[in-house]
Write a protein that binds this ligand. Sequence first.
Ligand code: NAP
Length: 294
Amino acid sequence: MTTVTVLGLGEMGAALAGALLTRGFKVTVWNRTPGKADALLARGAGLASDVASAISASEVIVVCVSDYTATEAMLAVAGMEAAASGRVIVQLSTGIPGEARRMGERIEALGAGYVDGAILAWPRQIGHDATILVSGDGAAIDRSRPVLDALAGNLVPMGAEVGASAALFSAVLAYLAGHWIGFAYGVALAEAEGIGAETFGDTLAAMAPVLGQDNSHMGKVVSLGLYGDPESTLRTAGADIARLVRHAADLNLNPVFPEFASRIFADGVEHGYGPEEHVALAKLFMERGPGRRG
Ligand code: NAP
């Protein structure tokens, strides 16, 4: 069975190491702050005394620290080339595509294979129904596959472009930012109206399949350019959102979110997208930020 090291034992790293122990892997761990490994050691993990010996202990090294800067700091120690050569390093810390590409070059210069991944899951989902995106060299992905399959119920290979996982993660995170802010504002409104937070949450949960279909629909509209056949127009949705600003005033709620959302829809209408699908807002963002790779 593949031997595996986990570097970084925060909330996510500890869950990764725990899931690998559950699956019977021989796991070596290291964390900058001592003490976080104790529960894993009690379950049979081995403790490395430093990063270089942690890396040389296993065939596959899973890195899960705060970010790529932390990963850089960990790798900048003496003896790294000798330790890393011939291993596969799987980066599961969150970053952006440029960081992933630079990290890929750095790891390959050490003579190791590199897989860049992005975790779209909570720690409690690791080892079960976690979605993990992976990209990079096919041979490195193949070598780390038993480890990746043990961590992710839904492993999504994104191809050889090493920044692809980080790119899709960023797109999903942008979606989640709207989801979290929208929920937070909606729940404040529901509470102020005496409806209650749980009723609000349960109503959205019951709508989840329809909202899921809407995401697929919007993706198709953008990819095929079918903005001109709307069931609901951007203008109509914009007027609904503008009404939220008046509702905020009635309830004396902080209007920052409805004002922000309303401004974006008004911008879409000003650009002439009013009669189109509401996802025509994407054209605003595409116009203003032409694709650049950093
Ligand atoms: P966390 O609990 O805050 O843990 C951060 C880890 O990074 C700790 O092990 C910390 O070591 C280590 N670290 C930070 N700076 C370091 C440095 N300069 N050198 C060495 N180690 C360093 O964070 P987390 O929730 O585990 O998240 C880890 C990664 O997983 C992040 O990139 C996050 O975006 C990603 N992720 C997390 C979740 C989640 O739900 N938690 C979901 C998806 C993705 P110390 O213990 O010494 O501080």
